[in-house]
Design a protein around this ligand. Structure first.
Ligand SMILES: N[C@@H](CCC(=O)N[C@@H](CS)C(=O)NCC(=O)O)C(=O)O
Length: 203
């Protein structure tokens, strides 16, 4: 199965594109990437040539255009059922989908306080709302890692779609110097930053 074209923002700035790109890699799909530099003045015009939502990522597959990172993941999961984008059991998949949706729809304070920039190293402004979101992230990572520590280094053991959803948060933490309190959350950050697909995007 091929003919996939991922319309992506530039690596430096596009956290949502990173998620979709990681999902393509997990699915082991044969795909090409068309990068659009979001820092250019006509970036919107360029995106709209491919993606009617005016957002990246978008996945073009034959006559289909899918304009959302999580929808791209769901599509890949249907096309590549053996790629283990989601964990094995119905119950685990329900939790995984709940976490993916929580990430997809939330954590707005982290996103606005720590904008995704690979070329940034610096500080962030702390606030109560930010702290609440940081605590929730830490709770998710610690709980999942404690449950799956025997099965691998990631949220459900093996690197999967849920790790693709959280990877940009790990990168933000590294860039803004935020270190989670718990050892398991810290180890999770290390595992993400050392994963070969994440490294390929960062380098
Ligand atoms: N919910 C969308 C969000 C996509 C999104 O906000 N993408 C940003 C880049 S990371 C974008 O296209 N920004 C350009 C703009 O809003 O003009 C997804 O999951 O794909």
């Amino acid at each position: 199965m091929d003919n996939f074209i991922l319309i992506s923002g530039n690596k430096n700035q596009s956290s949502w594109s990173l998620r979709a790109w990681l999902m393509m890699k997990i699915a082991n799909a044969n795909f090409k990437v068309k990068f659009i530099d979001l820092s250019t003045s006509d970036y919107k015009e360029q995106i709209l040539r491919y993606s009617p939502s005016g957002k990246v990522p978008a996945l073009i597959h034959n006559d289909l255009v899918i304009c959302d990172s999580l929808a791209i993941g769901e599509y890949l999961n249907e096309l590549f059922p053996n790629a283990n984008l989601y964990p094995n059991t119905v119950k685990e998949r329900a939790i995984a989908r709940s976490l993916a949706s929580e990430m997809h729809a939330g954590f707005t304070k982290i996103r606005s306080t720590m904008p995704f920039r690979l070329d940034y190293v610096g500080k962030y402004d702390d606030s109560l709302m930010l702290q609440q979101e940081l605590n929730r992230i830490e709770e998710i990572w610690s709980l999942q890692r404690n449950l799956y520590q025997e099965k691998g280094d990631f949220l459900f053991g093996k690197f999967c779609l849920i790790d693709a959803m959280f990877a940009p948060i790990v990168i933000r933490f590294a860039k803004y110097g935020y270190i989670p309190d718990s050892i398991s959350a810290r180890q999770y950050c290390k595992s993400i930053l050392e994963h070969k697909f994440v490294k390929e995007w960062i380098m």
